[in-house]
Design a protein around this ligand. Structure first.
Ligand SMILES: NC(=O)c1ccc[n+]([C@@H]2O[C@H](COP(=O)([O-])OP(=O)(O)OC[C@H]3O[C@@H](n4cnc5c(N)ncnc54)[C@H](OP(=O)(O)O)[C@@H]3O)[C@@H](O)[C@H]2O)c1
Length: 243
């Protein structure tokens, strides 16, 4: 962070899965990490498990579907930490594997969009002013290969796919709106073995390692138009849109 040892990072859904591994890595890189989650007991336990790292990890209560919870979290960050350098929108639901949009209960689609797409939107809106105040910010939206346009031609997991497609679009739209001192991107971690029991090939640690580049770029300034290993095509498009 311009060699700034006081950088503050926030990871939504940091209590488990990829988010938890990301919190650890950002703290290992020396950042003060706000491990955000909706469940205080689980989140505090996760933060406690990350003691003795280079950077401190504090728990922050935040439900990304609850505007009041987001507002309260922003107030805590502004008052207690006074800055936010890195925001990782990681929290998401994956509840419709293999299910067709035309057959699921519409309330499931609404919940998934509320969490995976509108959640990041509201969180970005709440925390952007803190970044703008210091003319610095790195926002990373955790997306999925399921959000690629080509994935829409195949049935199944429709609610999740739609939520990530929209998240990619949101990323590009916000990239077009913000000033160049704040960078936003979307990234796919690939298949990662996490708490929800997805069939997949990679460990949480390995999946989150793909984000080393992002933590690194957050620390040293975004390398313009650099292609990152493991990134999907839509991510590259998003990356070029933030130069
Ligand atoms: N794992 C994969 O193979 C894979 C592949 C592609 C993309 N991704 C993406 O990577 C990210 C992390 O995935 P993961 O596998 O680590 O997921 P995970 O293990 O299911 O964890 C999801 C996290 O999101 C949190 N969350 C859900 N709803 C929330 C809400 N309303 N407010 C706050 N937190 C909420 C959960 O908190 P609770 O503990 O309270 O439920 C949990 O911490 C997601 O964006 C996912 O779409 C994952």
């Amino acid at each position: 962070m311009r060699d700034d040892q006081n950088a503050v990072a926030l990871v939504t859904g940091g209590n488990r899965g990829i988010g938890r591994a990301l919190c650890k890595q950002l703290a290992e890189a020396g950042m003060l990490v706000l491990l955000a989650g909706r469940d205080a007991a689980g989140g505090e336990e996760a933060a406690r498990s990350m003691k003795n790292l280079k950077g401190r990890v504090d728990f922050l209560t935040m439900d990304v579907t609850d505007p009041e919870s987001i507002r309260a979290a922003e107030e805590v960050v502004r008052r207690q930490y006074g800055r936010l350098d890195v925001l990782v929108n990681n929290a998401a639901l994956y509840l419709d594997e293999g299910k067709r949009l035309t057959e699921i209960d519409p309330s499931l689609l609404e919940l998934i969009l509320k969490t995976n797409t509108l959640g990041p939107y509201h969180v970005i809106r709440a925390f952007l002013p803190l970044m703008q105040a210091r003319q610095y910010g790195r926002i990373v939206n955790i997306s999925s290969g399921y959000g690629e346009a080509a994935a829409m031609d195949h049935p199944g997991t429709g609610a999740y796919k739609l939520s990530k497609l929209a998240l990619n679009a949101l990323t590009r739209l916000i990239a077009s709106e913000i000033t160049p001192d704040i960078k936003i991107n979307a990234v796919c971690p690939g298949w990662v073995r996490t708490g929800d029991g997805r069939a997949c090939g990679s460990t949480q640690r390995r999946g989150s390692r793909r984000f080393d580049h992002l933590a690194d770029s957050a620390g040293r300034g975004w390398p313009k138009r650099r292609l990152l290993p493991g990134w999907s095509a839509y991510c590259l498009v998003a990356a070029t849109s933030i130069t």
